[in-house]
Structures are given as C-alpha cells and as structure tokens.
Design a protein around this ligand. Structure first.
Ligand code: GUN
Length: 295
C-alpha cells in the first residue's frame, strides 16, 4: 500500500486559523506583532523565502518589514541595523536570512539579535533553553514545525527510534533536542547521522521515524527506509528541468517515488515541511509580542 501523504499545507493552515485568536487578543491590548526580515545579497532562494514570510505576515495580520541590503554590506553595517531593530518597539521578532555573504561573520550577527526578539531561535541563549527544555526559549521554526506536523498528524513519537539525517544548527541539532524533551512530540530515542556516519543505510533502516535534512537532492533512496516508517523530508533543492518554464523543479532530500512505496507515511516537497516552517515563525513572532503585552 502506498504511503499516506502528510499534508503540511493543511496542518499549517489549521494552525494559522488557531493563531488568529491570539492575534486578536493581542490587538485588543493594543499590540500588533511585528516581524523584521533582513535579506543581504541577491540569492534567489533566500529572496523567495523572505517574500513568502512577508506574505504570510500580511495574511495573518502581522506587521512586517523586509530590509534588503546589498551583497557588499559590511558586518558593521549589518550589526548597526540589528541594533536599530533591537530598539524598535514596533518589531517583536527579528530574522536575519541565512546564508550571509562571506565578509560577514554569521555568529557575530546572530549573537547580536536580542534573545527576546530572536524568533529564529539561533541565539545561544535560546539554543541553551531549547536544549534544557525551557519553554521560554524560541524553538527554531523548521524543527518546531516538524514536531507539530508529527503531533497533529497522529504520529506518536514516545518510545520510537527517530533517526535524523543532518546535523545542522538550523534543523538537525535542535530537532534532536525537541524530540528528546518530555512531552507531546518528544520522548523519542534519537540518533543523528551526518556526512561522516559509517554505513548510513544500516542506521536509517532502523528508524521508526526518519527525518532528512542533509541538503542533497534525493539523497535517501527507498532501500534506506524501513518498511512502514514515517519519513519527513526537510530538503528543498532546485533540480534542472528544461521542460518547465522556470527551468527547474523542487525536489526534497528523499527520492519520493521510491520512498512512498516503502514508507507508511511521508511528507511531500513542496507542501510538507515548508508551510509548517512559516507557520511556526508566525507563532514565534506572536510569542515574542506576548512578552511585551502583559495580560
Ligand atoms: N535559511 C535557511 N533556513 C533558515 C531559517 O530557518 N531562518 C533563517 N533566518 N535563515 C534560513
């Protein structure tokens, strides 16, 4: 039987509808949650993500600003902008789109974002809070979205063996921290694989839930999946396709056609994790605004 398709767009929509109640409650207290997105340079994928985030804010009734800077921007200029946004009362959440150009030290910039406005969850204070299970820490949007998608799709994580492929600070590492927590969408036994893992197939085939975030198009093939496993594909890769007007199509980190014959359930690309990431960014921005609007 082919795998059940886990519909991230539908779950994301339902969560955004729920969020409307919180946004209205904040509005009644005179607060409109505000998000600033900073885009440095002209990477087309980053520009698309930032545009989608702005559109989602508009649709949800959040205030947003997108600040676009030239690719030659210096680190000092970017740090000065972050300081200005830290002090701006209209802005509750700040997002510096990654990757940044080479002349800029990414860590220095991420560390300068006020932890109270760090809706990406990349500041060490929030990384620490997430790793110890402190709910006041901002959870990075992508792994937070994967966790919500599993919970709301009825996938039990307690007691399961979850294998994560990829150890990035944006997805793999915080994903492991969230799955280890004691609570819904947690209590899993977690293994993290990466480029140096020996015989990776023997590890991925042990997974009850396989989460793939390695950034390599169609890296996971059907034979790497245990029959019946739940497969979550975090990857978004552009693959050349001259038959399409735009010249490319989006594929995940999983060979979807093979995987859906083996897996019990699977997220598609697009329409799986992507819409959840944007939804959770909105959640984090509302959480950030709530700090400034005591009940
Ligand atoms: N680039 C890829 N993913 C992300 C993300 O979640 N946040 C930011 N700021 N940049 C990214």
């Amino acid at each position: 039987m082919p795998a059940r398709i886990i519909d991230g767009a539908a779950v994301g929509d339902a969560m955004r509808t729920e969020l409307q109640r919180d946004i209205r409650a904040l509005g009644a207290r005179g607060v409109t949650p505000g998000l600033a997105a900073v885009l440095v340079g002209d990477d087309p994928a980053s520009a698309t993500y930032v545009r989608m985030k702005g559109k989602a804010c508009d649709e949800a009734g959040l205030y947003h600003e997108t600040i676009r800077l030239a690719k030659e921007t210096t680190e000092a200029e970017l740090l000065a902008l972050v300081e200005r946004l830290n002090a701006d009362h209209k802005i509750h959440g700040i997002l510096v789109q990654l990757p940044l150009p080479k002349q800029i030290n990414t860590q220095r910039v991420l560390h300068r974002v006020s932890p109270e406005k760090d809706v990406d969850g990349f500041h060490p204070e929030n990384v620490g809070k997430v790793s110890i299970g402190d709910p006041t820490g901002f959870r990075p949007a992508t792994p937070y979205g994967v966790q919500q998608l599993l919970v709301r799709s009825g996938v039990e994580t307690t007691g399961t063996h979850v294998v994560i492929v990829g150890r990035s600070t944006i997805v793999g590492r915080p994903m492991a921290a969230l799955l280890l927590q004691d609570g819904p969408g947690g209590n899993a036994t977690v293994t993290v694989c990466h480029s140096r893992t020996r015989d990776i197939k023997s590890v991925t085939r042990q997974a009850d839930i396989l989460i793939v975030a390695i950034g390599k198009a169609e890296f996971v093939t059907g034979e790497m999946i245990k029959p019946g496993a739940v497969v979550v594909d975090v990857g978004v890769n552009r693959m050349d396709d001259p038959s399409l007007k735009k010249g490319y199509r989006l594929v995940g980190d999983v060979q979807f056609e093979e995987a859906k014959k083996v897996a019990g359930a699977i997220t598609p690309v697009p329409g799986g994790v992507g819409p959840m990431t944007i939804t959770m960014l909105l959640y984090n921005t509302v959480q950030a605004a709530r700090q400034w609007a005591p009940a």
